[in-house]
Design a protein around this ligand. Structure first.
Ligand SMILES: *Cc1c(COP(=O)(O)O)cnc(C)c1O
Length: 359
């Protein structure tokens, strides 16, 4: 059972990364572990263009997404929803027993800064959550425009999910003035799942100190206390931190600009290919994600059959739509280590399969 993933997460992991995971583990209260954290943390900060700390959480991204709601909300949280992940954040807020409002947009549409401004102006909220890159619909909201709105509401702590955009496109946390960035490892970072990241501003930490019921495992202040010593609150997934250390070497060796440009190039190759078959992008083109593409199944192909064929003949898989879009859309990831050559290999294989399915 070995095949290459072109689904938008988890994505293909390199041999080098797998090898790094086999490094013998060390005690998590040892100097060796502190050195490991000291090796990765400053580089994560550079990648977020921030002076704020970046905590390592042994969890999937949802851990720190839920944790953000629990740590920051006194009054009420506004969850902006425009796809499966962002919509679910509203559900999670309610499950945490928080007052929550839902600013809903059609799937495939970005978060509208004007609507956001209008809702925040009601003064009902002290936290807002936004998913930068809605992986379920391949839609990337405009953080530049959104941050202009957020800056008008300094009492509202902003939380932005960059799970499938981090390291694929620049996310300049401090310049944007985002309070909390949450992200994960198994999407654009191309590490096996199990590690998540949380970068809070001073304002976010100050807020957390006033909030009751933060719990323990995702308590921001517990993270902060330990991060000051280059440690984590509890035993972390050390093998994945080795993987991260190795991956950061790759990213810094390539250079950020080259990495971002490679994602754009790969992304365009897939778009042009799909347009050639008459498929349309689900979002408006300028809001199309750079780390994946989500196309409408405008040619009505039998997606499960195409995917099964591709897997059987070429050991590759892509995605046949998420949640309520299953069957009506398909998604191809270009995150991680992919190059124009590897993207063309996938598309070339699809060229051998797809024509038989077109009516
Ligand atoms: C994958 C994904 C998540 C959930 O990540 P987990 O690691 O499965 O918890 C959240 N938000 C976005 C945008 C995602 O793509």
């Amino acid at each position: 059972m070995s095949y290459k993933l072109f689904i938008p997460g988890p994505i293909a992991v390199s041999e080098k990364t797998y090898k790094a995971m086999a490094t013998p583990i060390v005690g998590h209260r040892s100097k060796d572990f502190q050195n490991l954290v000291a090796s990765v943390e400053p580089r994560l900060k550079e990648l977020l263009y921030t002076k704020d700390p970046v905590y390592l959480s042994t969890s999937s991204s949802w851990g720190v997404m839920e944790g953000s709601v629990r740590n920051l909300t006194n009054k009420a949280v506004l969850n902006c929803g425009n796809g499966a992940f962002s919509d679910k954040w509203f559900d999670v807020s309610k499950r945490c027993g928080k007052e929550a409002g839902f600013l809903s947009f059609e799937w495939g549409k970005p978060v509208d800064p004007e609507a956001l401004e209008k809702e925040l102006a009601t003064n009902k909220y002290d936290v807002v959550t936004i998913v930068h890159n809605e992986t379920s619909t391949g839609t990337m909201s405009d953080l530049g425009e959104i941050s202009k709105v957020l800056k008008k509401f300094p009492d509202v702590v902003s939380v932005v999910d960059t799970v499938s955009s981090f390291t694929a496109v620049p996310i300049k946390k401090d310049e944007l003035g985002i309070d909390v960035v949450v992200t994960g490892c198994q999407k654009a970072l191309a590490i096996p799942p199990g590690l998540a990241f949380l970068s809070p501003s001073k304002k976010a930490l100050e807020r957390a100190a006033t909030v009751e019921g933060r719990g323990y495992y995702f308590d921001f202040l517990e993270f902060e206390k330990n991060a000051e010593k280059n440690m984590t609150p509890s035993t972390p997934v050390i093998s994945l931190i080795y993987a991260l250390d190795s991956k950061l070497d790759d990213i810094f060796a390539e250079g950020f600009d080259k990495r971002f440009a490679r994602h754009v190039e790969n992304n365009n190759i897939v778009r042009e290919w799909a347009y050639g078959y008459g498929f349309e992008l689900l979002p408006e083109e300028k809001f199309g994600s750079k780390s994946l593409n989500c196309f409408k199944n405008t040619r009505n192909v039998d997606l499960p059959a195409v995917i099964a064929d591709l897997k059987k003949r070429f050991n590759m898989v892509f995605d046949g739509g998420y949640g309520k879009l299953k069957g009506n859309t398909f998604r191809i990831s270009n995150m991680g280590d992919e190059t124009p050559e590897t993207m063309r290999e996938l598309l070339g294989n699809l060229d051998q399969i797809l024509p038989a399915y077109l009516k």
